[in-house]
Design a protein around this ligand. Structure first.
Ligand code: ZN
Length: 234
């Protein structure tokens, strides 16, 4: 990955970057998906020191980012989390889902290993958007599970695909990943997109009363690998 210079960042035309720009460093880019690096910046955080990479792409209008630790090196065996955005869980401390703890645990694990990537995938509510996710919450308050609530609102149970995150990882120079996920579909989708998943790492954190039903639905209806053992989450 080549970091754009200051002059390039200032001169950037975001609309042009969202179209496939066919830069010299685009070799290896997926045909359907063209991602470009808009900026690379230092990112000190509570979890450690990372680099934060902004991407633009030709497939959606979303600003997906990568949080990168250490050197990508030969690109093999990187510890990776592809994390779907969840404002309520990631930033507001929601107990309706396990997203916040999963994100924090991924960053801490990568920091401890000294090398890895979190892709922050802007696919709120499994791709239906924030307001629609909250509409689905209202349905869930009246007895729907997270699967049926999305269907009732006219969406698929899961609207996400992983072409953009896979292309972002490949642009960073990643060739194979040890993927922190409980979601078998995510593993298959990354491989289909051309990225080798050398290992799936269980990424389950202790649940509690508020998200038990949600996690049970993930296991029973989405086929996620979850043990759902007890324990209190701090
Ligand atoms: Zn969430």
């Amino acid at each position: 990955m080549r970091a754009p210079s200051i002059e390039e960042i200032i001169a950037q035309d975001r609309a042009a970057l969202r179209a496939c720009p066919d830069f010299p460093d685009c070799k290896g880019c997926l045909e359907e998906v063209c991602v470009t690096v808009a900026s690379v910046a230092d990112f000190p955080s509570e979890y450690g020191r990372f680099r934060i990479v902004a991407f633009l792409n030709n497939k959606d209008d979303k600003d997906h980012i990568a949080i990168v630790k250490g050197d990508i090196g030969d690109g093999e065996g990187l510890l990776v989390r592809v994390h779907s955005a969840c404002l309520t869980g990631d930033a507001l401390g929601s107990l309706r889902c396990d997203c916040g703890p999963q994100l924090r645990h991924a960053l801490a694990r990568i920091e401890a290993e000294g090398r890895g990537v979190v892709i922050y995938h802007q696919e709120e509510g499994r791709g239906i958007g924030l307001a629609n996710k909250l509409r689905a919450y209202a349905l869930q308050d009246r007895g729907y599970d997270t699967y049926d609530a999305n269907i009732a609102l006219g969406f698929k149970a899961d609207e996400r695909d992983y072409l953009v995150p896979a292309a972002m990882l490949m642009k960073l120079g990643v060739k194979s990943v040890r993927l922190m996920t409980n979601n078998p579909e995510k593993v298959q989708a990354m491989e289909k997109a051309g990225l080798r998943v050398s290992e799936r790492l269980q990424h389950e954190l202790p649940g509690h009363d508020h998200d038990r039903g949600y996690l049970e639905t993930k296991r029973e209806r989405f086929g996620h690998y979850l043990e759902l053992v007890g324990g209190e989450r701090g």
